[in-house]
Design a binder for this molecule. Structure first.
Ligand SMILES: [Zn+2]
Length: 470
């Protein structure tokens, strides 16, 4: 018997954890964090307590209360006994937090299967962030952590990486990962061959990106598998076809930056390698240096390892690293205690805001909103800022968005929005599902599952914690 269980992130955008059972074989498809549900209870100064293990996460429904899946140490912290796991693996579709992050809580004996590049990105995330209980994907420290144990090495999780063409065998299941196009490299859709027939899981994908052919290959293979069921994302099921594309972002941005006679600032998600390539190309075309942060350098160096991505090294002649002001504010070596900065202080291509100010038109600075206090040093008066990210879609983002505009007004900086979504439009998605033609459709990762009923297909509006037999 084959069963599907849906936990978290089902009627919202992201955070899904899908349990697939084929007789005695149980696997999870993604185990993500739901931003929406988290924001219902927590904010900057009201956080889930790591001192309470998984207690706060279970109580607020951020993770499901299922036996045999969680870490021994986290169970013991809430007074439960450790359990042996019966989950054979987590198949991770891509490195976005709403798909990956709550792997952090899973039992150490559950192996994780993900794309090679997906693992690189998880490594880059780890390199430049502080350890937190919600981001212990690659490895974790047994809790509680007593003072004398601070220096103890973490417990590494078992990872198995794949590329398209490789088949994964987990007991009776055979899983075919096929690379798809999404706003992060190393994203995959899956054909899962069960004892009842093929089940398709789309992960997150799109048809309008720079690598649409990859999504097309996935669709073709999915159709050929004659699936009995398809679990599909539906982030933008309520949108019609648009004219958005990476090429459009490139052309718009290039024009804006070319016309700008002052400092150019851009912001985009560094996990989006296509967007990086767009701005890198723009910088090259306009003979400007692309100034990135030390955090970005961690990602770039990982991308550079994947020759298929064709991205430069962080020490490329077109790239500079912006040195942040720390401690004494005088840029001396001892100011830097974070290892990801410290180990790169000997790079030849490091620049300070003071040097940029001397000749601002020579540069394009990649500056995230959380580093906007650096605008005080960068003095971007009458310059241009390209916001190459999605527009705010919740209350918290609106507040940050207003604050961002206050900063830009302070320096009379022109605001330009130019972005192309990582998710498939509604009309493309209807077409995709009709082409694949599964016997049953399970929409997830969507606020509008009812819109899938438009399809003349057997569609299940799944409920949180619901178990469905195939
Ligand atoms: Zn995603």
């Amino acid at each position: 018997m084959v069963k599907l269980g849906f936990f978290g992130g089902i009627k919202e955008i992201g955070g899904n954890k899908i349990l697939l059972e084929d007789n005695d074989t149980k696997i999870f498809l993604d185990f993500g964090m739901s931003f929406n549900r988290r924001a219902m209870f927590f904010e900057e100064y009201l956080m889930p307590r790591s001192a309470n293990g998984i207690g706060d996460f279970l109580s607020t429904g951020l993770i499901p209360d299922i036996p045999n899946i969680y870490r021994d140490d986290l169970l013991e912290q809430i007074g439960r006994k450790p359990e042996e796991t019966d989950i054979c693996g987590v198949i991770l579709s891509h490195a976005h937090a709403d798909h990956a992050n709550y792997i952090s809580f899973l039992h150490k004996d559950i192996p994780v299967y993900c794309g090679e590049t997906c693992k690189y990105i998880l490594e880059a995330v780890e390199e430049q962030s502080q350890r937190s209980i919600e981001c212990e994907i690659l490895n974790f420290k047994k809790r509680p952590i007593y003072k004398e144990e601070y220096k103890n090495p973490p417990i590494e999780r078992k990872f198995n990486t794949f590329r398209t063409g490789k088949k994964i065998k987990i007991d009776s299941l055979e899983i075919e990962p096929i690379a798809t196009d999404h706003s992060v490299p190393g994203s995959y859709g899956f054909i899962i061959h069960t004892s009842k027939g093929a089940v398709i899981y789309t992960g997150d994908l799109r048809m309008h990106g720079a690598n649409a052919h990859m999504t097309k290959n996935f669709i073709t293979a999915a159709k050929e598998a004659k699936p009995i069921a398809m679990i599909t994302e539906g982030t933008r099921i309520d949108t019609d076809k648009t004219d958005e594309s990476e090429q459009k972002v490139y052309l718009e941005s290039k024009k804006v930056i070319k016309d700008n006679k002052k400092l150019s600032i851009v912001d985009f998600n560094f996990k989006d390698v296509d967007r990086f390539s767009t701005f890198y190309r723009t910088a090259k075309d306009l003979d400007k240096k692309l100034v990135i942060s030390f955090k970005h350098a961690c990602f770039l160096e990982k991308y550079h390892r994947d020759k298929k991505l064709k991205t430069p090294d962080s020490r490329d002649s077109q790239i500079l690293l912006l040195k942040p002001k720390r401690l004494t504010g005088t840029y001396i070596d001892e100011d830097y205690t974070d290892w990801y900065i410290k180990k790169r202080l000997n790079y030849p291509n490091i620049i300070t805001a003071e040097e940029i100010v001397k000749n601002p038109t020579k540069y394009m600075v990649v500056l995230n909103f959380y580093y906007f206090n650096m605008l005080v040093d960068l003095k971007p008066n009458y310059g241009t800022y390209i916001h190459s990210l999605s527009e705010p879609f919740n209350e918290e983002m609106e507040i940050s968005y207003d604050r961002m505009h206050n900063w830009l007004k302070l320096f009379n900086v022109k605001f330009v929005q130019s972005h192309c979504s990582g998710h498939i439009s509604g009309s493309d998605l209807y077409e995709l599902i009709e082409t694949v033609n599964p016997q049953e459709v399970y929409p997830i990762h969507t606020e509008h599952p009812e819109m899938f009923e438009k399809l003349n297909m057997n569609t299940h509006i799944v409920s949180e914690g619901g178990i469905y037999k195939l």
